[in-house]
Design a protein around this ligand. Structure first.
Ligand SMILES: [Zn+2]
Length: 454
């Protein structure tokens, strides 16, 4: 519909209709015909007020119309959304601080319990923020006991969103690699799963009243997934069994660190958000084995397993905070359980010629590489002991070997034809920095920082 335009004549018509008793009973078309005759006989001075009234009305309309951005979205609506998001963030921070401070006031910060939760999803709907879950894990954590309990389940949602098969496959293959429905594993009764999860979260919070909201923590990247998956689970039951708030775990670590340091009187160390956030980005425990579910352990996708995620978050907390409170870390609770060696030892003297040939090939391969794989063969007393590594993530290759990387064509590294500092006189101390450190005397290195004599 074209926007309504105001003109002087129509202003006159509406005023005439209002002021004349006969006009009030007329239709607009009749009034326009009648007023047309009057308008014709009016001079410019008489028409003037109506024309200026029309202009004013047009300007007023423009002012009330909201401004849009280049995507056609109302700026005022966007501003309102931003303000709401900022308020939610502030509320989340205040609630996190309240939880930590409550523990501090009880002088029981080390026994304050937190629940960490993570979801893997198959796909998410485009129109509303609902995620179709694939795997859920939650753990209860306290600084004193580490991981107190764990709830973990694969989820079979039955069906996915129609028309999003490609996106689903892409996301799944790049992350958790759980089989898609109808081959999905785990709990298929979503209502029961939701009830179980709520019950687990309630048992983790025995002090909470029945109507109190339940609080779980997740990383900022995980929060939309956790909220979206809970929304999906809720949608399957008639009424939500509980209000579940998902808060930022990185902020929790920051606040907890500050309060822990304050409670044990450590004042000479400054902590900032960037440093604590980095602990999650670096993810030191990412490649530890034995902390994810059996399925992900078997397909070597531990990084994406939710069980591994919540465990790793707990280990980050323990690693960063237990030292301040002099809590002895326990394997499996505060840090990954002891690693089992992923190899078996066999004596090649007892094996057939065929296998000893394999052993010699094996040692040749490993000798090419450097670092941790090279210790796979070693001589123990009289016999050569062979370690067969089953870890497929272990990788050994020589970048200059054409058979390993045919596309490189056996490229050789070129000698540096013009080393820096060549133009300098042989005795010039500035040459020293370019010499490999092993060929330098300590005096050379020291001299290289001095200016040459003039
Ligand atoms: Zn898993």
């Amino acid at each position: 519909m074209a926007p309504k335009r105001y003109n002087g004549f129509m202003m006159f018509v509406s005023e005439w209709k209002e002021k004349n008793p006969a006009g009030r009973t007329m239709t607009l078309a009749e009034a326009v015909t009648k007023c047309g005759e009057i308008w014709k006989n009016m001079d410019a001075q008489q028409r003037g007020p109506y024309i200026s009234m029309a202009k004013d009305a047009g300007v007023a309309k423009k002012c009330t119309k909201s401004r849009l951005n280049c995507h056609g979205q109302s700026l005022s609506a966007l501003e309102r959304e931003e303000a709401e998001a900022a308020e939610r963030e502030l509320n989340m921070k205040r609630a996190t601080e309240r939880i930590v401070l409550a523990g501090k006031e009880r002088h029981d910060l080390e026994n304050t319990k937190f629940i960490f939760a993570a979801f893997n999803y198959f796909t998410k709907s485009i129109t509303n923020d609902i995620y179709i879950p694939a795997e859920f894990s939650a753990c209860q954590f306290s600084l004193k006991s580490g991981i107190c309990s764990m709830y973990s389940s694969h989820i079979d949602p039955g069906q996915l969103i129609f028309g999003q098969g490609s996106d689903t496959m892409h996301h799944t293959n790049n992350t958790h690699q759980l089989p898609l429905p109808p081959n999905a594993m785990g709990e298929s009764d979503i209502g029961r799963l939701y009830a179980n999860i709520v019950e687990y979260l309630r048992t983790c919070n025995p002090d909470a009243k029945p109507n109190d909201p339940l609080v779980v923590f997740a990383t900022p990247e995980m929060i939309p997934t956790v909220k979206g998956c809970f929304r999906y689970l809720e949608s399957d039951s008639e009424e939500p069994l509980a209000t579940i708030h998902t808060y930022d775990i990185q902020y929790l670590l920051y606040v907890l660190k500050l309060e822990v340091m304050d409670s044990v009187d450590i004042r000479n160390v400054t902590v900032n958000r960037a440093a604590t956030d980095n602990l999650f980005v670096n993810d030191y425990f990412c490649y530890h084995l034995g902390i994810s579910c059996q399925y992900h352990e078997d397909i070597d996708r531990c990084k994406y397993c939710t069980q591994s995620m919540v465990s790793r978050w707990s280990y980050v907390f323990s690693d960063f905070l237990c030292g301040d409170l002099a809590i002895t870390p326990l394997p499996g609770k505060h840090m990954p359980p002891k690693q089992q060696p992923r190899f078996h030892v066999s004596n090649p003297h007892n094996e057939s010629a065929n296998s000893s040939r394999t052993a010699s090939n094996f040692s040749k391969t490993t000798n090419k590489s450097s670092g941790k794989v090279s210790n796979a063969t070693f001589t123990s007393g009289q016999s050569l002991v062979k370690h067969e590594i089953f870890d497929h993530s272990a990788f050994s290759a020589d970048l200059n070997a054409p058979e390993d990387f045919p596309s490189l064509g056996g490229r050789k590294s070129k000698p540096n034809r013009n080393p820096m500092g060549k133009h300098l006189a042989p005795g010039d101390p500035r040459r020293a920095w370019n010499v490999p450190a092993s060929n330098c005397s300590a005096k050379d290195l020291e001299d290289s920082f001095k200016m040459p004599p003039c």
